[in-house]
Design a protein around this ligand. Structure first.
Ligand code: GRG
Ligand code: ZN
Length: 331
């Protein structure tokens, strides 16, 4: 079976081409920029950055463009005795970097390199009485961390761990749902498309999408598309390439991706490419970065851009990897 998108979409003839080779080179060059201040300012995001870069390369069809053995060796050094991963060697463990490390190791089929039982212990230790999850031992709570926990445990096939309180997890996410059908970062928090992705993703994995009014939320998500084709994260805000992922993956889980104009969104993402350096920016004319490069490319994959490897809308990992580990995607 092909790992590419099954039904490639038509692309507007006036849209720029996807600069595939330039994006591969842009991602390969990221680790060579050690003279740039930005490289050191983003040190705490190194493991997240590896996930974004590695995923973009997978979807571009060039998984070999980074040295996978070297990455696995590096990730192993980021795991702490309590099981969590830091954002870089000697950085404190956090659930965000832990999920990214697990996603990369599963993509590379190298879970054997780490202590999985300890990862599970770490994640379970972060669940609070009300079902929410903290990001680390300092205690910040956000629906992002619930999704990281649930996704990580499912990827590791440990959702059946008796210490995890699934009903309370669902109850907490439902408490973060708003009158407009969207979700916020905590109960009462404003609806935001990226929080919608994490909450709908959590409910999808836990088989609890019945708590969502798909028509109402689908309408709110489709209202995110602006005249120039780009999507914003909430009313009155600017369009940004990363919402191509947060909004479209959510619509995909709700089976309503056709509620936005995909040709216009494809064109907006392609116009945000940097034709000189490769990479994709948040919007046309801005500087590219690996975060927007990944979510732009994954967005194009969801849109059925020809020649790209299919991405899974829940896990933001190649669909063939999700199939290989037996988590069938029903989206
Ligand atoms: C596996 C893809 C994946 C994710 C793991 C960490 C995580 C789960 C999801 C992150 C969700 C999130 C809240 C992302 C932030 C997106 C973003 C661009 C926020 C910016 O918010 P504002 O208020 O920008 O600065 P706006 O666009 O509202 O002006
Ligand atoms: Zn963005």
């Amino acid at each position: 079976m092909s790992i590419l998108n099954n039904n490639p979409a038509a692309v507007d003839a006036s849209a720029p081409e996807l600069l595939l080779d330039q994006h591969v080179k842009y991602i390969q060059a990221l680790d060579t920029k050690k003279n740039d201040l930005e490289y050191w300012l983003t040190e705490h995001l190194r493991v997240n950055g590896l996930y974004w870069g590695a995923t973009a390369l997978q979807i571009l069809g060039h998984p070999e463009a980074l040295d996978q053995d070297q990455i696995v060796e590096y990730l192993v050094k980021c795991q702490h005795d309590n099981g969590g991963f830091g954002g870089h060697i000697d950085h404190d463990p956090h659930i965000l970097s832990t999920l990214s490390a697990v996603q990369v190791l599963i993509t590379y089929d190298r879970l054997d390199a780490i202590n999985v039982d300890k990862v599970v212990d770490y994640i379970i230790s972060l669940q609070n009485e009300d079902g929410s999850f903290s990001g680390d031992s300092w205690g910040e709570v956000d629906t992002r961390f619930v999704f990281c926990a649930v996704m990580c445990l499912n990827l590791l096939k440990r959702l059946d761990d008796k210490r995890l309180d699934i009903p309370k997890t669902i109850e907490y996410i439902v408490r973060c749902r708003n009158f407009d059908g969207g979700f916020g970062s905590s109960p009462g928090g404003e609806s935001h498309a990226a929080q919608v992705y994490v909450c709908v993703g959590t409910l999808t994995i836990l088989g609890a999408l019945n708590h969502v009014d798909a028509d109402q939320l689908g309408w709110w998500l489709s209202e995110r598309q602006l005249k120039n084709g780009g999507l914003n994260g909430r009313p009155e805000k600017l369009e940004d390439v990363c919402y191509s992922w947060w909004v479209l993956s959510s619509l995909s889980m709700l089976r309503r991706s056709h509620w936005i104009d995909s040709e216009k969104l494809t064109k907006f993402i392609l116009e945000s490419q940097d034709t000189e350096t490769g990479g994709i920016a948040d919007r046309p004319g801005n500087m590219p970065d690996v975060f927007h490069t990944n979510f732009g490319i994954c967005g194009l994959s969801l849109l059925g851009y020809p020649g790209l490897v299919a991405v899974d809308p829940v896990y933001c990992m190649p669909r063939h990897v999700i199939q290989r580990i037996g988590l069938t995607d029903k989206h």
